[in-house]
Design a protein around this ligand. Structure first.
Ligand code: APR
Ligand code: ZN
Length: 373
């Protein structure tokens, strides 16, 4: 029985930007309101990559990873929503049910999140990880690239006992982020035309949401044409590589549609593609949804003369879902064949092959590579 004891296990530590290695770490028991989880799988999301490259401000050394699935090992004082043995997902955006966002019917960007900005510490200002006597920071309050992690109860979703733990981790980030952006935030309408910038794990989950909502035409934009066959298989009708076009992609989308799209999604995280997505929208009723996380300190510049025409610009995180309320239902929907996450998982590798997983990601050969513990 490990409850109440320090656990020594393997975890990936980023000692600084571009310096990741697997180490033996000590994981403290969970304090009040916290849960210690034995990880079973974790996806690699582009936000992890941004942190590892130093593109988002973060305190090093840290244990990255936020798209995780696991089994509760032990719980701290006062934890009621989960118990040891429960299958859970880690949530990069928690749901405290007490803050202004959580109390508002539409809010989901819980004030207790640790993404923007990221302190790398638990809410009490301390860390649960050490390595060689040194304090190691958390990442997004989740740190899933570790055999064991400690997460606040408010960032843990209890899921169905039948959930396949080698796959389900993508429902902790990519699936709600993308699918939710289309079905829950934008509320894509039947017969509509959509454009999606970025056909990675998040972009393809958006495609799934557009398709499920009955979109008639789905235009996919990516500079990596390896993504196109996967995108077409999920319902993308037209694939565009901006690098092979003679005009800016937004002009091409305007010509293809005549009037602009009903819904545009940005799932890359670059100001230029956000502007391009906005410019693809129908001037009067188009809706532009920004999902990608832009680099630290970047700014968005729009033609100010054309913002009054009626278009909507909105940002959304985790699909706008109140995470603990809604994420478990997505798992149940998967088990009931209402959504299919399988096409998002192109690779699975043992945790020790983390570097290989990142190589595949950097080579643009994966949608999601899931690490298995
Ligand atoms: N134009 C078009 N496509 C681009 C460009 C560009 N300038 N730059 C990158 N891409 C494509 C990549 O080729 C890749 O297919 O965008 C895709 C991004 O996919 P991933 O790296 O797999 O990222 P993903 O995990 O899907 O996340 C996308 O959403 O939640 C946010 O933080 C996340 O900002 C990130 C975004
Ligand atoms: Zn909250």
């Amino acid at each position: 029985d490990t409850a109440g004891k320090i656990i020594t296990c393997r975890a990936a530590i980023a000692w600084a930007a571009n310096s990741l290695s697997i180490e033996k770490v000590q994981v403290e028991p969970p304090k009040a309101g916290e849960v210690r989880i034995k990880m079973t799988s974790s996806g690699i999301c582009s936000s992890d990559d941004h942190i590892l490259k130093g593109l988002f401000p973060a305190n090093f050394p840290l244990i990255p990873g936020h798209e995780g699935a696991g089994i509760v090992e032990s719980i701290g004082k006062g934890v009621r929503s989960v118990k040891p043995g429960d299958k859970v997902l880690t949530l990069p955006i928690p749901q405290c049910r007490e803050c202004s966002s959580c109390l508002h019917p539409k809010g989901n960007f819980c004030e207790k999140q640790d993404v923007l900005p990221s302190s790398g510490l638990m809410l009490d200002g301390t860390s649960r990880f050490t390595c060689k006597g040194e304090k190691i920071y958390h990442s997004f309050g989740t740190s899933t690239f570790s055999e064991y992690t400690v997460v606040h109860e408010i960032a843990v979703a209890k899921i169905d006992d039948a959930a396949p733990m080698d796959k389900i981790c993508v429902i902790s980030c990519a699936v709600p982020t993308g699918y939710g952006a289309a079905v829950h935030s934008a509320k894509v309408t039947p017969g509509s035309t959509c454009v999606i910038f970025g056909l990675g794990g998040v972009g393809l989950a958006i495609v799934m949401g557009c398709k499920a909502s009955g979109a008639a035409r789905i235009i996919g934009v990516d500079i990596n044409e390896k993504k196109f066959p996967w995108a077409r298989a999920l319902g993308v009708t037209d694939c565009l590589n901006p690098q092979n076009l003679k005009k800016p992609v937004q002009e091409v989308v305007m010509e293809m549609t005549g009037v602009g799209v009903d819904f545009a999604f940005e799932a890359i995280g670059l100001p230029e593609t956000m502007t391009a997505a906005w410019d693809c929208c129908h001037l009067s009723y188009g809706v532009c949804v920004i999902i990608g996380m832009a680099p630290h300190n970047s700014q968005l510049s729009l033609d100010a003369t054309k913002v009054t025409t009626g278009r909507t610009l909105k940002g959304v995180v985790l699909g706008g879902y109140k995470t603990r309320d809604c994420v478990p239902q997505l798992v149940t929907d998967y088990l009931q064949n209402k959504i299919n996450i399988d096409p998002l998982i192109t690779h699975q590798l043992p945790f020790e092959q983390l570097h290989k997983a990142f190589e595949l990601y950097h080579a643009g050969k994966t949608i999601r590579c899931v690490l298995l513990f």
